[in-house]
Design a protein around this ligand. Structure first.
Ligand code: GTP
Ligand code: MG
Length: 198
């Protein structure tokens, strides 16, 4: 059965690695700045309006939320980074917890790094690309909110992200998509399926 026909279930929220479920199923996590549309992407993929909570105010997702797809895999919605309203001390602790998760979680098969297509990658985004590359983590970039740009502008954004990564010697899929029109969603589903099935 296709992964995306399975009825998803919310499992748990974790703040750090030790609170995550026992390593068993392959995992796909969704990372990126606050408000870029990580939780929305999970909803679109799972065909649920609101299994992952979304908001037009940044900082909605505060914990690592686990969704299970039968006996196939987990999707993990991560809190966004770069959210200025969170006190620095808390941001640092969060950063450490997420870094540990990304580095040490053995069952993490794919990291989907979501970037809002309308904005150039920030320093934090570039640091993230670099860090993923350095640590040889399996990741891809999803350029969200493609409905907000003309095709021409979108291609320019995609080329820019590709250029930045090329300078870092990183070559990963860059997939534009829109939660509103669902353009590009099939390519993302295909990639996820490849990474969670062996
Ligand atoms: P945090 O949990 O705060 O890190 O944010 P997030 O990355 O999970 O973003 P979320 O999914 O909550 O979406 C933020 C806002 O962007 C919401 O108002 C969404 O409706 C909107 N949004 C997400 N994806 C798209 C998209 O593809 N197109 C458009 N037009 N809006 C989108
Ligand atoms: Mg969220």
């Amino acid at each position: 059965m296709s992964l995306f026909n399975i009825q998803p279930e919310f499992v748990t929220s974790a703040t750090k690695l030790e609170e995550c479920p026992t390593e068993s199923l392959p995992e796909v996590c969704f990372a990126g700045r606050s408000n870029v549309g990580k939780s929305s992407l999970i909803n679109v993929l799972l065909n649920k309006k609101n299994i992952a909570r979304t908001s037009n105010v940044p900082g909605k997702t505060q914990q690592m939320n686990y969704y299970q797809l039968g006996d196939r895999c987990y999707f993990v919605d991560l809190p966004g980074y770069g959210f200025a309203k969170v006190p620095k001390k808390e941001r640092d602790r969060w950063g450490k917890n997420i870094r540990e998760y990304l580095l040490d979680r053995k069952t993490l098969n794919l990291i989907i790094h979501v970037v809002d297509v309308r904005h150039d990658p920030t320093q934090l985004d570039e640091d993230f690309f670099y860090w993923m590359g350095m640590n040889e983590k399996p990741f891809c970039v999803v350029l969200s909110k493609s409905d907000k740009l003309s095709r021409n502008k979108m291609n320019q954004s995609k080329a820019k992200v590709r250029r930045i990564m090329k300078e870092m010697n990183i070559e990963v899929p860059i997939l534009p998509y829109s939660a509103d029109t669902r353009d590009g969603i099939d390519e993302i589903k295909k990639l996820i399926t490849e990474f969670v099935t062996d």
